[in-house]
Design a protein around this ligand. Structure first.
Ligand SMILES: NC(=O)c1ccc[n+]([C@@H]2O[C@H](COP(=O)([O-])OP(=O)(O)OC[C@H]3O[C@@H](n4cnc5c(N)ncnc54)[C@H](OP(=O)(O)O)[C@@H]3O)[C@@H](O)[C@H]2O)c1
Length: 285
């Protein structure tokens, strides 16, 4: 077995490499790929093979992918630029004869109002058209997305949003990494599967305020805003209009129920309960 991890320099990729090593995958069977030379060096120190790649420069991909059986394609980080980057990875995988691609997608990517879904839906479609065996991991929200809520709550006793009573079945990045590693350990067993991966528990923003109250030891209140008020507050806090609109749109999606309820899919892959959000927030404090 040999697996290339595109995005190994990021949070989820690094955790997935760690999970693979813990599961006993030989370090030399892992190729950690990304742009950040410093983070690649840190991974090389752990014995894994590394490759500097840039999906915007497809010529960098062939040497990294040569000889690999499986590719973990972690979706890249700039919505709107992702599709050509993902296409470059899939084309390079085909050229290298990689037999299985595992892709990290978004909740219900093929049928959702989520504003970040179009790149993911299009990537799932190009994987289907590629003819390469693949597995889709539709990762729900990370607990870690709420680090800024944690900071607001710590400093002010209040955090803002516009998600109303919408529910979020989030899990820790480490849980999603464990699921990815479980699939990579035996890709053939997951050929063609599309997994909706969520934490075991869904919570609302007012419930998050209660959790933050416990974690921080101070009373925390959630202030629910309209979308327009939320955008204005984010711009006032220093975000550019585009980013503020995107963040508020995601909260609007949550308010409209786009993240749905827990599926149990993550727990089935990892064989363990998902990490409670309070534990992740405590670690982030
Ligand atoms: N489910 C959620 O709640 C949630 C939240 C945020 C993001 N996401 C998605 O999940 C992905 C993984 O999350 P994360 O927290 O690990 O994100 P992250 O830490 O930002 O990692 C993103 C990875 O993408 C790589 N990348 C970006 N552009 C690239 C390019 N042109 N060529 C090669 N590699 C490139 C980065 O490499 P370098 O750093 O080396 O450039 C990095 O390894 C994100 O990229 C995003 O698509 C999901």
């Amino acid at each position: 077995m040999s697996v290339v991890i595109v995005g190994a320099t990021g949070h989820l990729g690094r955790l997935t490499v760690e999970e693979l090593l813990e599961r006993g995958t030989p370090a030399e069977a892992i190729v950690a790929a990304g742009r950040d030379a410093e983070r690649l060096a840190a991974l090389a120190e752990r014995g894994v093979r590394t490759a500097r790649i840039d999906l915007d420069d497809p010529a960098t991909l062939a040497p990294a992918f040569a000889g690999a059986d499986t590719l973990l394609l972690i979706s890249t980080s700039e919505p709107g630029r992702r599709l050509p980057q993902h296409r470059a990875a899939v084309e390079a995988a085909a050229a290298a004869g990689i037999g299985h691609i595992v892709y990290t997608s978004a909740p219900r990517a093929d049928d959702t109002v989520l504003v970040l879904a179009p790149d993911h839906k299009a990537t799932e479609e190009l994987l289907a058209a590629s003819g390469i065996t693949h597995t889709i991991l539709r990762n729900n929200w990370y607990h870690e997305n709420y680090v800024s809520a944690l900071h607001q709550a710590r400093d002010l006793g209040v955090f803002i949003g516009s998600a109303g009573q919408g529910r979020v079945p989030s899990a820790a990045r480490a849980d999603f990494a464990a699921a990815a590693a479980a699939v990579l350990a035996d890709p053939a067993a997951h050929a063609g599967a599309v997994y909706e991966l969520t934490g075991d528990t869904a919570w609302t923003y007012p419930e998050l305020a209660q959790t933050l109250t416990e974690v921080l030891g101070r009373e925390v209140v959630y202030k629910d805003l309209s979308t327009a008020e939320h955008i204005a507050a984010l711009v006032e806090a220093g975000l550019d209009e585009g980013t503020a609109g995107f963040v508020a749109a995601l909260d609007g999606n949550i308010r409209d129920g786009a993240l749905e309820e827990p599926t149990g899919g993550l727990r089935r892959l990892t064989g363990r309960p998902s990490t409670p959000i309070a534990d992740t927030l405590r670690d982030l404090v």
